[in-house]
Ligand binder design. Sequence first.
Ligand code: PMP
Ligand code: GLN
Length: 373
Amino acid sequence: MRGFGTTIFAEMSALAVQTDSVNLGQGFPDTDGPAQLLADAAEAIRTGHNQYPPGQGVPELRAAVAAHQRECYGLHLDPGTEVLVTAGATEAIAAAILALAGSGDEVILFEPYYDSYAACVALAGATRKTITLRPDPAGEWRFDPAELAAAVTPRTRAIVLNTPHNPTGKVFGPAELAEIAAVAVEHDLVVVTDEVYEHLAFDGRTHTPIATLPGMAQRTLTIGSAGKTFSVTGWKIGWATGPAQLVGAVRTVKQFLTYVNGAPFQPAVARALGAGSWTGVAERLQAQRDLLCDGMQALGYDVIRPQATYFATVDVHGDAVEFCRELPHRAGVVAIPSSVFYDSDAGDSLVRFAFCKRPDVLHEALQRLEKAS
Ligand code: PMP
Ligand code: GLN
């Protein structure tokens, strides 16, 4: 793991505390999830859900995840064998990559990529190949399907997809998903798809799981998380769904990572999933996106407005790492250099700002940026 060091999120959150900055770096909301969800978890602790839960997750959460995938996307899953509860999406990603790839194998990622993908490929002893997402003049992030097709070799085991995408905020559309699906089917690859922002799409956009495309359900591991859907990122309740054979392989690895986790949180999340308790969250976030993006544009920043997620991208037309190191001292605001999510130099001038913060916090950040400009 040489070269991975401290994650950029830990580094920048520590810098935010040290410099008393507004933290628009690490993506976590500064308001709690639904009151009922919090009360249900407290109740579960009070009523004795405090020992190891079943290895695959408590039955009510597995049933709720299966019902969610069916009702939202028409995906039919057996909660007994095709749903696995994990310690956040992070563990599902790690266990999936460790299950699928080993020494000498290759895994395809889209860059910029969420940092744990590259780390997990390294943990597996495998090699990553990256396909670059680039913003077009209208601010739409696109990839070249020919680049994807050319990246596949006989050692390719999986494609890791993330939609809606961190850090770009891109929602992969059906035509783009079809391009990825075609490559996966042609080369008999598994797609690991990280869909933790599935309910955080804006402007009426809808998220399409790649598992719903023809030929894909049998070769896709879909990953979700309560952290983003219910604004409880510290709870670390995630899940992986897909065909029994693939979920079984993920479960084998998961057993030796955490074994199990989050006993009192699991029944609470089950109830919130069943109740559809994410209503209104995307609308609130969209308003926060517009507040930050409009404000930064008015200050002269070159902003790429996201279609989903917690994050906006700003092209600082200079060295992003240097910009982010200086910004806390210069303005009292912390952001993340998107360049750390690339292997290539395509993101060298891009900076990620999180807007999953209360409007007063975003206003304060804008005022500080204005003063420093
Ligand atoms: N995937 C993506 C794309 C993320 O942005 C994050 C972090 N929020 C995670 C996975 C990790 O999710 P969790 O906190 O459920 O482990
Ligand atoms: N997913 C969040 C982000 O992208 C936080 C991740 C983390 O701290 N590991 O900011």
